[in-house]
Design a protein around this ligand. Structure first.
Ligand SMILES: Nc1ncnc2c1ncn2[C@@H]1O[C@H](COP(=O)(O)OP(=O)(O)OP(=O)(O)O)[C@@H](O)[C@H]1O
Length: 509
């Protein structure tokens, strides 16, 4: 027996005196894809954590098939037929798919522990039914992200989930993996599974949702049909009209001050993950590096920053060779850097928002004099940046790690864009950020260009590349397929991302 109807009634969740959810009513009908749409920090993940038994609500009730339930943990939620796939997967990399699926299965949740043999059989059944194409004997660490995500979905389905919560599942996927996931969601729905889907990408939301509930600042604003336009949805979630296109002025490039020549990064297995790359960026110009994730982007930016080993070639900024310098000296040369994974490299989670906003500057004027820090200056700076970048945080003293994903991203962007820069490098600058804040951050990046900073954007989002770039360099298997001007047709860029040069020749060997 599965869940037919799931109802949240008057759910509130407070952290201290701050209410992340306030009196939320939501009904998820059987076999529907129900989207939750809302700004960063609106309270979507918090609500899902309440529904999955991770947080106890401060007030309100959850009803499964009209009966009140009380979840004391995810085990209870699973037993009631609710499954959740988190953004950061909870898989053991060195185990096989079947071992991961069998792991931690609670006997009561589906009427008995499964043997590995039974688990493999079930995985095959589910995989065939929904077209998952997952091998139960594959090692998880060998699987692409998109397939690992399917393993998480299988885990939930083996535990007989009838309601599946997917919290920003496409944030980590390539465009092709995203299309495949949307297809899987449609198949699951056809099989009677309901899905609560969280995404900031309006195109996806409109493509798969049956109903869209918009939340703002912890409260439900209302429902919208998937036929609503992207602009309507955006303004409903933000509470003001949002412009979805940037309309930036043409670049006025000046002197070329950043030059990369023949940059090569050799991996432990002897292959070149970055293979003889050369490009330059002028002051007042944005070069976007496009490409499918995993084609050398991470290694390229890390090589420039001085984090990678086995790097050869040349990286010159303002006439100075950066290769071989410690990271600290690279940053002190005026390089602003937004890493692709903010939780690992961008923030110190237990530190406050205010401290994170001065991470590279805490020992310099005006935030320090001699060896003593000036807390009043740090607080003043935080107040200004929180306002300017619209960082939704209970206070400047809150630990950065407790902020919502999109707001953590805004902290990193605010910090890096708030000092005099000679070069700005941002990887996935708007990952997990809502449409209203994307509008702001994109304008801010263009403003940095317009004060004369060379800007390098690395993005797997073609929309973002097209929006921001003055020139576009496409990376494929560690090599540059070509550097083309802004305005190059999307189809040409798509082909280049698959390794086909701008003139039509294949760069694949
Ligand atoms: N464990 C926690 N402790 C304190 N505050 C928290 C905690 N978890 C969330 N919050 C606060 O609750 C608010 C809502 O966060 P939540 O993660 O639910 O937002 P969201 O809508 O999922 O945002 P995003 O789109 O950026 O992921 C945030 O302002 C955050 O600071």
């Amino acid at each position: 027996m599965g869940v037919v109807k799931l109802e949240l009634k008057g759910i509130s969740k407070a952290f201290g005196t701050f209410y992340a959810n306030q009196d939320i009513d939501l009904v998820v009908e059987s076999g529907q894809i129900h989207c939750l749409l809302g700004e960063n920090g609106a309270g979507k993940s918090t609500l899902m954590n309440v529904l999955y038994g991770l947080y106890e609500p401060t007030a309100g009730q959850i009803l499964v098939d009209d009966k009140p339930v009380n979840f004391r943990g995810p085990g209870d939620a699973m037993a009631a037929g609710i499954g959740m796939v988190h953004q950061h997967f909870m898989l053991v990399p060195v185990f096989t798919v079947a071992e991961n699926v069998a792991l931690g299965a609670e006997p009561t949740s589906f009427g008995g522990v499964l043997s590995i043999e039974e688990t493999r059989k079930k995985i095959r059944e589910i995989s065939d039914k929904y077209g998952f194409d997952v091998d139960p004997d594959a090692l998880v660490e060998d699987l692409p992200v998109g397939v690992q995500q399917r393993v998480e979905i299988i885990k939930a389905l083996v535990r007989q989930a009838k309601v599946l919560i997917l919290d920003e599942p496409t944030a980590v996927l390539t465009p092709q993996e995203t299309d495949e996931l949307l297809d899987i969601m449609r198949q699951l729905k056809a099989g009677g599974t309901s899905i609560v889907f969280i995404s900031h990408k309006l195109r996806e939301v409109k493509a798969v949702s049956d109903v869209i509930t918009v939340v703002r600042r912890g409260k439900v604003v209302g429902d919208a049909p998937p036929t609503a336009s992207a602009t309507e949805l955006a303004s409903m979630m933000v509470g003001r009209p949002v412009s979805l296109s940037l309309n930036k002025a043409a670049a006025q490039p000046k002197e070329t001050t950043f030059v990369v020549e023949n940059l090569t990064v050799r991996a432990a297995n002897g292959t070149n993950v970055v293979d003889g790359i050369s490009f330059d960026i002028a002051q007042g110009e944005i070069l976007a590096i496009a490409g499918v994730q995993g084609n050398g982007q991470t290694e390229l930016t890390e090589a420039i920053l001085g984090i990678q080993e086995h790097v050869t070639g040349s990286v010159v900024l303002d006439g100075k060779q950066l290769l071989g310098l410690p990271v600290k000296d690279v940053l002190r040369s005026g390089v602003g850097f937004v890493p692709e994974d903010r939780t690992v490299d961008g923030l110190v989670g237990p530190f406050s928002v205010a401290e994170n906003l001065v991470l590279d500057l805490y020992d310099q004027a005006p935030f320090a004099s001699g060896i003593s820090m000036k807390p009043a200056k740090v607080a003043e700076h935080a107040k200004a940046k929180i306002e300017e970048f619209d960082i939704r945080t209970p206070s400047a003293g809150s630990a950065a790690g407790t902020l919502s994903g999109g707001n953590q991203q805004k902290v990193v962007m605010a910090r890096e864009l708030s000092r005099p820069l000679r070069l700005f490098i941002a990887s996935q600058p708007t990952r997990g950020v809502d449409v209203g804040s994307i509008e702001f951050l994109h304008k801010r990046i263009v403003a940095e260009r317009d004060v004369g900073t060379p800007v390098m954007i690395v993005s797997t989002e073609l929309d973002e590349v097209i929006e921001l770039a003055d020139r576009i360099a496409v990376l494929y298997k560690g090599k540059l397929v070509g550097i083309v001007p802004a305005g190059t047709p999307r189809d040409t860029l798509g082909l280049m991302m698959a390794g086909v040069g701008p003139e039509g020749g294949s760069d694949d060997q």
